[in-house]
Write a protein that binds this ligand. Structure first.
Ligand code: ZN
Ligand code: ZN
Length: 311
């Protein structure tokens, strides 16, 4: 069943991204859910990405299996069980639902969530929660953690999130979620289990760590943000923005405002090694048909079907 979508005409159509994707769906309703915000959904290699993003409207993303959310421009009721969000930057279309998310989890007797927020915004977000708490007369229990670029945040033994400086009109962060795996060092590959055990007992380090970039999220950025974080081009799934598409929109102005244009993707089409490239955050000046048409004209085949138009 499709989610009703009162806010935009585009998502009320069943014919979603028909040119390039059969695996992108409107999220299926679960029992007891409330349809308060639109979402689209994509499955790739055991990961489910769902969310929505439109410039100046709202951006929010979830990777359910990793229990991670990115940005809180709105908070779909079904996303409430996510214990942690990473906030890219404090523009309103990325943070407006922080108070709702925190309050709803309290109301549903869930643990206080963890919010990773850019350091320069942390104190103000804390004040915002206090002000809303006074108005609402309800507590806002959450853990606000200040982050900045070039940090690593360990979520578990297997998962690490790295933070990256993007290029936007205000300081903004992007994120990569890495899977860590221990691998037996090549020089020990021929040994028996017993020999390896003996080496371990002797204090030898028999494994090396390998990291796989599972998901990268750029938030809002000019192409420079991607270019100076080349690991993002290697992530299995890249979630990024393509705010502008029309040929007559001036690129220098768009880059100065910290956004990307369809032409930036054409210029970099050989750089994207990602298995899936999700493009969202389209400007509201384009309708759905225009977006599909412009993408197909500039990138026929949509980068071998890897580029997903999130509309
Ligand atoms: Zn935005
Ligand atoms: Zn922004």
């Amino acid at each position: 069943m499709m989610k009703p979508n009162p806010s935009t005409e585009s998502n009320s159509s069943k014919n979603l991204d028909s040119a390039s994707s059969s695996d992108l769906h409107h999220a299926v309703d679960s029992i007891g859910s409330v349809d308060n915000a639109p979402t689209l959904e994509l499955h790739h290699q055991g990961l489910t990405i769902d969310g929505y993003s439109r410039a100046a409207v709202q951006s929010y993303w979830r990777v359910a299996e990793l229990k991670i959310g990115f940005d809180l421009g709105a908070q779909p009721w079904d996303f409430m069980s996510l214990p942690r969000y990473f906030i890219s930057h404090p523009h309103l279309d990325h943070i407006a639902a922080i108070p709702s998310y925190v309050a709803r989890r309290r109301m549903m007797k869930m643990d206080p969530p963890i919010l990773y927020v850019p350091d320069y915004a942390a104190a103000t977000i804390d004040q915002m929660l206090k002000v809303v708490s006074r108005l609402d007369r309800g507590r806002m229990p959450c853990k606000l953690i200040s982050i900045r670029e070039n940090q690593e945040i360990e979520l578990s033994r297997e998962l690490v999130v790295s933070t990256h400086a993007m290029k936007h009109s205000i300081p903004a962060l992007g994120f990569i979620v890495w899977e860590r795996r221990k691998k037996l060092k090549t020089e020990y590959l021929q040994l028996t289990g017993e020999q390896i055990r003996d080496l371990k007992l002797a204090g030898e380090e028999v494994t090396t760590e390998t990291r796989i970039p599972l998901v990268a999220y750029t938030g809002d950025t000019a192409p420079e943000g991607l270019d100076r974080n080349p690991e993002m081009y290697q992530a299995k799934i890249l979630i990024t923005e393509m705010t502008f598409l029309a040929p007559d929109h001036r690129k220098d102005r768009i880059h100065k405002d910290g956004h990307m244009h369809l032409d930036d993707f054409v210029d970099r089409k050989n750089d994207f090694k990602n298995e899936v490239i999700i493009c969202g955050h389209f400007s509201v000046r384009y309708n759905r048909q225009q977006i599909h048409r412009l993408v197909d004209r500039a990138l026929p085949g949509r980068l071998d079907g890897r580029l997903k138009v999130w509309i």
